[in-house]
Write a protein that binds this ligand. Structure first.
Ligand code: PFF
Length: 508
């Protein structure tokens, strides 16, 4: 029986839900492109090291914080910290901002399933021009956003084990099977090897003409770190919330390793599916490689649609399979973001001695996200004349104000996420002390070899690496490299000094 707050029916159900949260659009369009653009194998190595030394550590910390307090992020931070009680707000505002554009992108997947279905039946396969047509049709963009939100709302309203766990237990294995089908199809296209070179051969993206600059180590660190955080759903309250429904008997370290490894494997598999197809088809249809778009929404909704178009009628079938798998990935991530908000209001009501109705809370949360999402949907990635730059008559800086999607992304993924993770490291290492979290990780059992590793990583590695990630993200979004590094280092130094110096004083 699920209690009032909710709980997972089984550890495997929790794992599917957590992997579902991690596996999302970030894996499918972010990872392979960034890997190719940013050093190939060197990116992969940096990514893996960061995933082990930082991602795994924050994952275990968030799950432990949630399970220890049995609360959603705002209440959880308030329960454990005096200095950082406000950090929970970042972990609730950021998921809201992400949802305002994630829902729009999820809606695009529904549209693409529909047009591929139409192509399969009529034999008239849609191509990349569908993307522009969809973006500039405001009623269509709004309709598919609402459709996506209704699906997510119904799942979240179903509860933790009855909705979220059930969806992921079917959705994740289905996603894996569909991914394998697409990989096989993709690799059998002539010239698919060129795409693999894009991903794995260091410098190939530069030599091949895909990009015109070779990255330095700091760029690789910033890009890989930002990607890893987004991909693992960290510093967004999602893993704190999912951890709060977890049974005391479950092994948090093992669970964290499984989530991190699975997410990375799916990211690699997604790369192996989409990049060879996109590059091969571009070359086969006589495009110069520099013209092949492999980045962001263009990769998914324009370049790949051309691949399905060029396959003829059967492309409709592969298109449906592909966009369905992307839709499942988007839903499983979106419901974790929505659960952060839903759990917050349910806990808040409970604190005030009332019992909230989950269905009502989910409806209100969904409605507010949809309302703000309308702006992002109607903006059509800046196609319709009211991007932030146009409204505020500011210079159009590619990255943060060229469209509402990028604007929301900048504040959530670009700022809130790295700042939240950096300060979480300082809070655990400096204010609470790592043993506070380790006690929960061991759940009463003896300590293990993991403890030393955890203490060093959470106290030193996490804050310093996150400082570079924050600088890298700001540089990407705002374009000023020196200022980004200075601001990130100043934030790190101020908070570390405040935490450690006031702790010493209190101890005296
Ligand atoms: N991990 C998701 C992706 O890779 O697309 C995005 C995401 C979901 C980020 C949930 C944060 C989160 F809390």
């Amino acid at each position: 029986m699920e209690n009032k707050r909710g709980s997972w029916a089984s550890n495997i159900g929790f794992l599917m839900a957590a992997i579902g949260s991690a596996v999302g659009l970030g894996n499918i369009w972010g990872f392979p492109y960034k890997m190719g653009k940013c050093g190939g194998f060197s990116f992969l190595i940096v990514y893996l090291l960061l995933a082990i030394f930082v991602g795994m550590i924050i994952m275990a910390s968030e799950l432990a914080l949630g399970r220890k307090t049995r609360k959603s992020p705002i209440a959880a931070y308030q329960a454990v910290s005096k200095k950082y009680s406000w950090l929970g707000w970042l972990a609730v505002i950021a998921p809201f901002l992400i949802m305002t554009f994630y829902s729009v992108l999820g809606g695009y997947c529904i549209y693409y399933i529909a047009i591929n279905l139409g192509g399969l039946f009529s034999g008239n396969m849609p191509d990349s021009s569908s993307f522009g047509a969809m973006l500039t049709s405001i009623p269509v963009s709004i309709g598919i956003l609402v459709a996506f939100m209704v699906i997510c709302m119904l799942i979240v309203a179903g509860g933790v084990s009855g909705g979220i766990e059930k969806f992921n237990k079917i959705g994740m294995p289905a996603l894996a099977v569909m991914l394998v089908i697409i990989i096989i199809k993709s690799w059998t296209l002539p010239n698919a090897g060129e795409g693999l070179k894009f991903m794995f051969v260091p410098g190939y993206a530069v030599k091949g003409g895909f990009i015109d600059q070779s990255p330095d180590f700091i760029s690789i660190l910033g890009t890989a770190g930002g990607q890893m955080f987004f991909s693992l759903s960290l510093a967004m309250g999602a893993m704190i919330t999912y951890g709060s429904y977890l049974d005391k008997g479950e092994n948090l370290v093992k669970n964290s390793v499984i989530i991190v490894v699975s997410d990375t494997l799916v990211a690699l598999m997604a790369g192996l599916a989409v990049i060879p197809a996109a590059v091969a088809n571009g070359i086969n249809s006589g495009k110069a490689v520099s013209e092949i778009k492999l980045n962001g929404p263009n990769l998914l909704f324009s370049t790949l649609q051309d691949v399905f178009h060029d396959m003829g009628r059967v492309g409709g079938l592969f298109g449906i399979i592909f966009y369905l798998l992307v839709l499942i990935a988007a839903i499983s991530s979106a419901i974790s973001l929505m659960e952060v908000l839903t759990a917050h209001f349910i806990d808040k009501a409970h604190e005030q001695g009332k019992e909230a109705d989950r269905k009502k809370v989910t409806l209100i949360v969904s409605a507010v996200i949809t309302l703000v999402g309308l702006l992002v949907a109607a903006d059509g990635l800046g196609s319709n004349g009211f991007s932030p730059a146009e409204i505020f008559h500011s210079a159009n800086v590619k990255g943060w104000n060229d469209c509402w999607l990028d604007f929301m992304d900048t504040w959530s993924e670009g700022i809130a996420m790295p700042v939240g993770a950096m300060l979480m490291g300082i809070m655990i290492g400096g204010e609470l002390g790592p043993d506070f979290i380790l006690d929960e990780i061991h759940s009463g059992e003896k300590s293990s070899g993991f403890d030393k590793f955890y203490k060093i990583c959470v106290t030193y590695v996490v804050p310093v690496v996150m400082c570079f990630v924050l600088a890298g993200q700001m540089k990407d979004f705002f374009g000023n490299s020196a200022a980004s590094y200075i601001i990130a280092i100043v934030i790190l130094v101020i908070f570390a000094a405040w935490t450690y110096l006031t702790k010493k004083k209190a101890a005296k």
